[in-house]
Design a protein around this ligand. Structure first.
Ligand code: ATR
Length: 286
């Protein structure tokens, strides 16, 4: 039976350390308002040493939350502490969405879903070929994207990284369709590629990017970046200048929030231009 704190007000959170720059409260509060739902979504800063206690209070119902999002540095701990992580979270070893269900704490990872849904919405037809994708970077974000592209049915996915060993580990983990290579092999691996994804911090907040020649890519290929500040990253600008189609990464942030909202508040929200503009205005202010 649900306890009274839950039925009176549906509450959810985003938990990280630090957390103050998170745009998640803005996104979920917009949806609560536009759907006319009673509820709250707040950011909670929890230091790594206190995260297990935070999860214990969530599990017991004591904190009154239905669930929430977890972000850096808690994604791996969230996976480890949940009662029932789903298959996606288990393969990644990381969860970004927690929800209580039947007295159990469930966990999933919606980053890959958010990545695909963004391209599906804003770059329709992007996956028409599904022959070759090239992913730059081998960190946490890269994992979810490799998993998502593999599950979408790409024939070959090349993961390139400054530290080759990390790319090799991901190739071992995600199966035979994933091929590891050093950054120096970029031009060669881009040959005939339908998709290029930057998952590194190159070009983030003014950081320097590298020069990339997108000419070897297939006709109609798409270039995307998961960095969304600035919205048009140096890598996207470079691709656009070379006449390539581009898609910015903001939609990944917006879409990854959808499944959690539906679990906690009972309705599936829409990613609209209005929401996108709201977050863009906020990014421009800070
Ligand atoms: P996230 O979880 O956000 O993906 P991460 O785990 O810190 O973050 O990974 C950052 C990625 O950006 C890594 O692939 C990193 O390369 P290394 O594994 O070699 O460290 C990449 N990266 C960061 N700065 C870079 C730079 N200046 N040049 C090339 N790659 C860089």
């Amino acid at each position: 039976m649900a306890d009274s704190r839950e039925t009176s007000l549906r509450k959810a959170f985003v938990c990280g350390f630090p957390i103050k720059h998170s745009r998640s409260p803005m996104i979920h509060t917009h949806w609560l308002k536009t759907l006319g739902l009673q509820g709250s979504y707040q950011s909670v800063e929890v230091a790594p040493d206190n995260f297990a206690d935070f999860v214990a209070a969530l599990k017991s119902g004591e904190s009154g939350y239905r669930g929430g999002n977890v972000t850096i540095p808690h994604k791996e701990s969230a996976f480890a502490l949940a009662d029932d992580p789903d298959e996606l979270a288990r393969e990644l070893g990381a969860a970004n969405t927690l929800y209580r269900d039947d007295g159990r704490l469930k966990a999933t990872n919606t980053d890959g879903y958010g990545f695909l849904a963004n391209l599906d919405q804003r770059a329709q037809g992007w996956d028409g070929q599904r022959q070759r994708a090239v992913v730059l970077g081998a960190g946490g974000a890269s994992r979810a994207i490799l998993q998502a592209l593999r599950d979408r049915g790409f024939a070959e996915i090349h993961v390139l990284n400054r530290t080759l060993l990390r790319a090799q580990e991901l190739a071992d983990r995600f199966g035979e369709k994933i091929h590891a290579a050093p950054i120096e092999a970029l031009t060669e691996r881009l040959s005939g590629a339908d998709l290029f994804v930057n998952t590194t911090s190159l070009g983030m907040d003014g950081a320097e990017a590298i020069d990339i020649d997108f000419a070897p890519m297939a006709e109609g290929a798409l270039v995307t970046d998961i960095v969304y500040a600035p919205l048009i990253t140096p890598i996207l600008a470079m691709a656009r200048d070379q006449g390539r189609s581009i898609c910015d990464g903001l939609g990944m942030l917006l879409h990854q929030a959808v499944p959690g909202f539906e679990k906690w508040f009972g309705q599936r929200p829409q990613v609209t231009d209005e929401l996108r503009d709201l977050v863009i205005s906020d990014l421009e202010r800070h």
